[in-house]
Design a protein around this ligand. Structure first.
Ligand code: B12
Length: 381
């Protein structure tokens, strides 16, 4: 790989690479499309998509260039049914935000989501849950969930034209000096990426000059820090690269997008994005799309051009120690080890490490090698 060189330019970062052209975002070429389609095929054939309730998957399918209308319609129906039944009581703010984006991407008004004769206004619900997050932040200096979810909240409220203060949002999404508060103890490219998407969306609203300036400064700083985590096409790690590519695209920065795209394409056949959740976060970037495009899609123009071909079931690869877990969009999330329970309210979790380096995936997807020393560490974030 050729080395890259970062040169700060007028307070902004321009990444200069010795080979390949600079561009503002990119998408796969026609020749590369079969690799995206193989990933889409995996998603639409997976159990998570056919029976699960993951709004990120629907967003990705809607932003894709090829479609399977039955699969998308059935997922939309299940998500709507679940939202009317459970969103109020059991959804986190970020889950409501993703649900809104999935409805918008399906050309459904998120203020009027209905199923089995019941209706829910997801935008109003998010306005309330976002206020609860802000109150918690004020009282305990920590959100109820995370800054990742707060960023999703602002993004969805902006896209759905909900009621919220843009001045508060700009202030909330301002990165702190050491980038720690924002990102669960250490800088998170994923969180920074969603925060940029949210703030670029805010730019389209009516803002005071002060807020406008603040947002520009926040975005510049976040872009710069993401670029500091650019390495051989990877932005952060492989699983943050998709969101980071979206963020860099909407921020208007020039960077070697092709290098990132090529890196992802090379990883597809290695199975790196086989988990539908991982695929869902990478597909928009491969298609040259971003979460800001969930509004204004022309749903009636979709052609039904992907036929699911179920792949053989994969062997479960759970690591066998005595533990409990909860199923989440990313697979099994370890909640307790030998009786000691992690607690989100106390900001504790079981961190997975190999040779003192945190794993970049969970217990359900990590392949252990012979003689590898794995550690599960009770940690604070
Ligand atoms: C916030 C966050 C956390 C928080 C979650 C608690 C909290 N208060 O929110 C903390 C810091 C505890 C955490 C832990 C881990 N995380 Co994390 N996390 C995220 C992040 C930034 C946002 C998730 C989110 O809020 N989504 C939005 C809400 C609405 O969706 P949700 O489905 O309800 O979210 C829940 C799950 O995502 C779950 N969760 C979070 N991380 C992980 C990781 C795994 C493997 C599982 C199964 C579940 C899970 O917690 C969320 C809140 O309840 C994502 C980034 C991303 N791109 O998605 C990474 C991300 C999901 N995490 C990741 C990883 C690797 C981990 C760890 C395995 C790290 C480690 N080495 O220990 C551990 C999990 C270990 C375990 N006990 O099983 C990877 C997963 C990649 C993959 N292919 O599996 C991501 C994509 C980050 C990255 N780019 O590498 N994480």
């Amino acid at each position: 790989m050729m080395p890259s060189l970062a040169i700060p330019l007028a307070g902004f970062l321009l990444l200069v690479l010795p080979t390949g052209g600079l561009c503002y975002g990119c998408a796969v070429t026609e020749k590369e499309r079969p690799r995206v389609n193989s990933l889409l095929n995996k998603i639409i054939s997976s159990e998570d998509t056919r029976t699960g309730l993951n709004p990120s998957i629907l967003i990705a399918l809607r932003l894709a260039g090829s479609h399977n209308c039955n699969v998308e319609e059935s997922l939309l129906q299940r998500l709507s049914q679940d939202a009317v039944s459970h969103a109020k009581e059991s959804y986190s703010s970020g889950k409501v935000a993703l649900s809104i984006m999935a409805q918008l991407a399906s050309c459904v008004n998120p203020r009027n989501v209905s199923s089995s004769g019941s209706t829910i206004n997801l935008v109003r619900l998010l306005e309330q849950k976002y206020q609860d997050e802000l109150q918690n932040l004020k009282k305990y200096q920590a959100p109820l969930t995370s800054f990742y979810q707060l960023s999703l909240d602002v993004l969805a409220l902006c896209l759905a034209e909900g009621k919220f203060s843009t001045a508060d949002a700009a202030n909330l999404l301002q990165p702190d000096k050491d980038m720690k508060k924002y990102y669960l103890g250490q800088f998170s490219v994923d969180t920074a990426a969603v925060s940029i998407l949210a703030q670029v969306c805010l730019k389209k609203m009516t803002l005071t000059p002060k807020v406008k300036k603040e947002i520009r400064k926040n975005v510049e700083q976040l872009v710069q820090t993401i670029m500091n985590h650019f390495h051989n096409g990877v932005l952060g790690n492989m699983y943050s690269t998709g969101l980071a590519m979206q963020a860099l695209t909407v921020s208007g920065i020039q960077w070697n997008c092709r290098e990132s795209l090529k890196m992802i394409l090379d990883q597809i056949h290695k199975g790196t994005f086989d988990l539908p959740m991982a695929a869902s976060q990478i597909i928009p970037s491969l298609e040259g799309q971003t979460y800001l495009n969930v509004i204004g899609l022309n749903c009636s123009a979709d052609k039904d051009d992907i036929i699911p071909t179920p792949s053989p079931p994969t062997r479960p690869r759970l690591i066998h120690v005595r533990f409990t877990y909860e199923n989440s969009s990313w697979g099994p999330y370890i909640t307790s080890v030998q009786g000691l329970m992690a607690d989100n309210n106390q900001r504790t979790y079981w961190q997975l490490l190999s040779g003192n380096i945190p794993l970049d995936r969970g217990a359900g997807n990590y392949i252990v090698s012979n003689k590898e020393r794995l550690e599960v560490r009770y940690s604070k974030y």
